[in-house]
Write a protein that binds this ligand. Sequence first.
Ligand SMILES: Cc1cc2nc3c(=O)[nH]c(=O)nc-3n(C[C@H](O)[C@H](O)[C@H](O)COP(=O)(O)OP(=O)(O)OC[C@H]3O[C@@H](n4cnc5c(N)ncnc54)[C@H](O)[C@@H]3O)c2cc1C
Length: 224
Amino acid sequence: MYSPNFDYYRARSVAEAQQLLAAHPGAKLLAGGHSLVPLMKLRLAAPSAVVDIGRVQELRGIARQGGAIRIGALTTHAELAASADLRSAAPAPGVYMLPWCSDPSQMKDPAVRKRYEDGPVAILTVMRNGMPNMGKYLGMWFLFCLLVSFVTSYVARHSLDPGAYGMEVLRLTGTVAFIGYGFGYVQDSIWKAVPWANSLRGILDAAIYALVTGLVFRFFWPAA
Ligand SMILES: Cc1cc2nc3c(=O)[nH]c(=O)nc-3n(C[C@H](O)[C@H](O)[C@H](O)COP(=O)(O)OP(=O)(O)OC[C@H]3O[C@@H](n4cnc5c(N)ncnc54)[C@H](O)[C@@H]3O)c2cc1C
């Protein structure tokens, strides 16, 4: 099926497109034509005039403007995907809250409240580019274990005497280590929306680490 007759105009600038639209009431803009042309062919749209903006250069491209990025209406997906400017403007590593409010007072704004109600509401951690470095993570975990063990021994040293009863050593050192390994998970679920099921698994791990820590202290605790 062919579309009804229409006048075709090609604009060379935004200003010219605006003039053409003003001069031809009911005219439709034509960008890529992927939606408008099929609609006209199916006679679901029948504009008397079409203003083609497909070659208006000022509507193309991606440009940095201070802290913002300007994306022209005619920029293609391929240009966006290949843009170094867009990639370099990606959020820096850190923790981000969505929807974003730069000031807590914005939470009263009805538009912001609607964004919260409609979602998604998220806490997003952006990491540095690159493959996960397991060696680094394991090294940091080892240092954390040393720290928990040091704090545990500090508390035990100032609470128990040499020759203390074995179960007493196990109970005290295990409890301190459990706090060190496990209580952070509870805070994550309270403040960072980490599901409680995840935290409970972490707390179970913490109980195992605490038991091992307690047993080590129990067996190596000095005699009187
Ligand atoms: C085979 C096929 C597959 C498709 N697949 C998808 C798909 O997977 N996902 C998807 O989202 N869409 C899809 N579409 C739809 C189409 O690709 C999109 O709607 C596309 O965004 C239309 O862009 P266009 O530049 O071709 O718009 P046009 O058809 O030129 O214009 C569409 C409408 O927007 C107006 N308009 C154009 N530019 C401007 C402007 N700068 N300012 C104000 N109004 C303007 C026009 O007047 C018109 O009413 C598909 C279409 C086809 C034919």
